[in-house]
Design a protein around this ligand. Structure first.
Ligand SMILES: [Zn+2]
Length: 390
């Protein structure tokens, strides 16, 4: 039924049909509200609830087919990359120029129920948690929060065949190979024994298909999350309720702190799930899921290797991590001293070489972990090794 769409073609599709109205990391309900305006009769939206601070939670319905997919993004307010990608997908579905045969096939095969922003309060505050400081992805058992109850009702009313739980992961994750984990996945467990049940196998097959697509774009940079069971996590709870659930984690592509590249990759992944590309038309073998390398915490944003803070010190490495800070409606990436030591088991997205020179941090010999770093200079030559302005 579907024909192969070559990688070049989907890149062109993305360039021509991505949603230019959303960019950067700070994506709030105010940003998406003007985009809830669709011309296709196959796309509609409604308010399905409200947040603690009384912002609307909306659900967008796409298609009228028998296969039901429920997806939600930005359950963690500061994780906006997949929200950008779902609006790219909506823009593609809502045009009348290209791949109409595939889009019509999607509309008649699937119904996608999409909650593009489950936690608008957290999005406005740029926090992981909701306005009550609760992590909604640890509230699946208690359902103490309004947002959690909205998602649970959507799940029970819609009775999906597949769920997509769309998140961002921090830039600290990498793979044993030394590559960053640009995107990672999980087919959550439904019991303490992490039994590979029929429900999990379905989720694993989806991940195997999507991984095949992503390997063409980011070879060796896809990871797999730890599958320890936690009944408080939504994916684990929905899997335990018998619905295959795929956790997406959009991560860091080198140099791309605004995550526009990762957004494009998530778009490709969603096209594959929705059968638009069907690159992986052959049957997916779920055991390939276990061939995807497991994520490790082995990256720092910047590592300055081989430096001394005092003349007689042994050379050490300085790990620097960006602190994402909301200033005037944009996210500033503020470099902060995070660790000092050997760090030979870590990789830096940016690696700087100190050549055993004695250095000054912010023109001082002494500083503390957690301090902001404006500049690092060589003590004698005054050469700048790092500046937050560059
Ligand atoms: Zn998350």
């Amino acid at each position: 039924m579907f024909t192969f769409v070559k990688p070049m073609k989907i890149q062109t599709l993305y360039k021509q049909h991505s949603c230019s109205g959303l960019s950067g990391r700070y994506i709030t309900f105010d940003h998406i509200r003007p985009l809830l305006n669709f011309s296709s009769s196959y796309i509609s939206w409604e308010e399905i609830g409200s947040t603690q601070n009384d912002l609307p939670i909306v659900n967008i319905k796409i298609g009228r087919g028998p296969k039901r997919i429920l997806a939600w993004s930005q359950m963690h307010g500061n994780e906006s990359t997949t929200t950008k990608a779902v609006f790219d997908l909506l823009k593609l579905f809502d045009q009348k120029e290209v791949i109409q045969d595939k889009i019509e096939a999607f509309f008649s095969t699937y119904t996608l129920s999409l909650i593009p922003m489950l936690n608008p309060d957290g999005a406005a505050l740029y926090t992981r948690e909701n306005a009550n400081g609760v992590d909604l992805n640890r509230d699946a058992a208690d359902l103490s929060e309004k947002e959690s109850r909205v998602l649970r009702s959507a799940f029970e009313d819609f009775q999906p065949h597949l769920c997509l739980n769309l998140h961002d992961q921090r830039s600290i994750y990498g793979l044993p190979s030394g590559h960053p984990s640009v995107i990672s996945f999980l087919a959550p467990s439904e019991d303490q024994q992490r039994t590979v049940t029929a429900t999990r196998i379905e989720a694993m097959k989806e991940i195997v298909r999507v991984n095949r697509v992503l390997q063409k774009h980011i070879p060796g940079m896809v990871g797999r999350y730890d599958d320890t069971y936690n009944h408080k996590c939504v994916g684990d709870a929905f899997t335990a309720a018998g619905v295959p659930t795929v956790l997406f984690e959009a991560g860091h592509f080198p140099g791309d702190y605004n995550r526009e590249r990762t957004r494009e990759l998530i778009f490709y992944a969603l096209l594959e799930i929705c059968g638009i590309t069907a690159v992986s038309s052959e049957i997916a073998d779920h055991t390939d899921y276990f061939e995807i390398p497991e994520n490790k915490v082995n990256f720092k944003d910047i590592i300055l290797r081989n430096v001394k803070f005092h003349k007689d010190d042994e050379p050490v490495s300085l790990g620097i991590q960006y602190r994402e800070t909301l200033i005037d409606d944009t996210i500033e990436f503020i470099p902060v001293a995070e660790s000092i030591g050997d760090l030979s088991n870590f990789y830096g997205h940016l690696e700087l070489q100190g050549k055993e020179k004695e250095i000054l941090v912010n023109y001082q010999q002494n500083f503390d972990i957690g301090d902001k770093i404006a500049t690092i200079t060589e003590k004698t030559s005054k050469n700048t090794l790092f500046s937050s302005n560059t």
